[in-house]
Design a binder for this molecule. Structure first.
Ligand code: MF3
Ligand code: CO
Length: 255
C-alpha cells in the first residue's frame, strides 16, 4: 500500500521540484528529436536513457491500475487522432503536419511528477496550430486560478470556457489529478465544470492540471486495454503540468 500524503512537507516539495526540473529538461531534449522521419520508438529509447542518467524512475513503465495490464512503456505517445495512454511503437514514423503528444511521469524516493506537451511535426495546418495554442492556454488559464482555498471547479470552468470559446471540446472521460507518493491521487481535476463547485485546494497540495482537448466530439474508444482514439477521427491535444498550491497562488514544478 502506498502512502497518500495530501499536504507535502518541505522535503517532499524539494524532491518534487528537483524532479520537475529534470522532467522539463527531458521534454526539451525529446522536442529536439521531433521532426519528419523520426521513429517514435527512438523517443522512448532516449527517454529511458535520460532516466538512467539522471537516476530517476520512468513511472509509467509497468504501471498498473484498475486491473489493467502493466503499461508497457515509459512514455505515452499519441499522434493526431490517437488519445490518452497510447504506446510508442517501433516503426511508427512522424511525418510533416502531424501533431504528437508526449505524456509521462518520473519518480524518485517514491514521489512522482507528471507532465505532457504537444509538439508539431514540421509545418502543421492552421487548425492544428490553433488546437495546440488553445490547449496550452486552457492549461495556463486553469493554473492561474490555483491558490489556497480555491475550488477545483474554478480551474475546471476556466479550462472548459477557454477551450469551447475557441470552438474545441474537452474530454469528459479523463481528468487531472493530485500527485505525490502515487501518480494518481485525490483530488480529481475535471476539464469541465462549474466554478463554484468541487473540493477546495489547500496550500501544500501538489496537483496535475491536464488540459485534454479535442477538435471535434469528445467521445473516445479503446483500441487496446490502455490505448484510446477519438471516435470521430478528430485530433487530440494535451498539455499538463504538476503544480504546487501555495498560500497566495501556485508554483509550477515541471517548468
Ligand atoms: N498524465 C497521464 C495520466 O495522468 C500519465 C499516465 S501514465 C500511465 O493519466 F502509465 F498511466 F499511462
Ligand atoms: Co496526469
Amino acid at each position: 500500500m502506498q502512502r497518500n500524503v495530501l499536504i507535502k512537507n518541505e522535503k517532499e516539495i524539494q524532491i518534487m521540484r528537483g524532479l520537475g526540473k529534470i522532467l522539463s529538461s527531458m521534454f526539451i531534449e525529446l522536442g529536439k528529436m521531433i521532426k519528419p522521419g523520426t521513429d517514435v520508438w527512438n523517443l522512448e529509447k532516449k527517454f529511458i536513457e535520460m532516466c538512467d542518467e539522471s537516476g530517476v524512475i520512468p513511472s509509467c513503465k509497468n504501471y498498473s491500475e484498475g486491473g489493467l495490464p502493466p503499461f508497457p512503456s515509459g512514455l505515452c505517445i499519441s499522434i493526431n487522432n490517437q488519445s490518452v495512454h497510447c504506446f510508442p511503437k517501433k516503426g511508427v514514423i512522424l511525418k510533416e503536419g502531424d501533431i504528437i503528444n508526449i505524456d509521462t511521469v518520473i519518480s524518485f524516493n517514491g514521489l512522482h511528477v507528471d507532465s505532457a506537451h504537444c509538439y508539431s511535426v514540421g509545418k502543421i495546418g492552421e487548425k492544428n496550430e490553433k488546437l495546440l495554442e488553445t490547449t496550452e492556454k486552457a492549461m495556463y488559464n486553469a493554473i492561474s486560478k490555483i491558490k489556497n482555498n480555491a475550488k477545483i471547479g474554478a480551474l475546471s470552468s476556466a479550462m472548459q470556457k477557454t477551450v469551447e470559446k475557441d470552438g474545441f471540446n474537452v474530454l469528459k472521460d479523463y481528468a487531472g489529478h493530485g500527485i505525490g507518493y502515487s501518480m494518481h491521487e485525490y483530488p480529481e481535476i475535471p476539464c469541465y465544470g462549474n466554478k463554484n463547485e468541487g473540493p477546495k485546494l489547500r496550500e501544500g497540495m501538489t496537483i496535475c492540471v491536464e488540459a485534454l482537448v479535442c477538435e471535434g466530439n469528445d467521445t473516445v474508444f479503446n483500441t487496446s486495454d490502455w490505448e484510446t482514439e477519438m471516435a470521430d477521427g478528430g485530433n487530440f491535444c494535451i498539455f499538463e503540468h504538476t503544480v504546487l498550491v501555495t498560500r497566495n497562488g501556485y508554483d509550477i514544478l515541471t517548468n
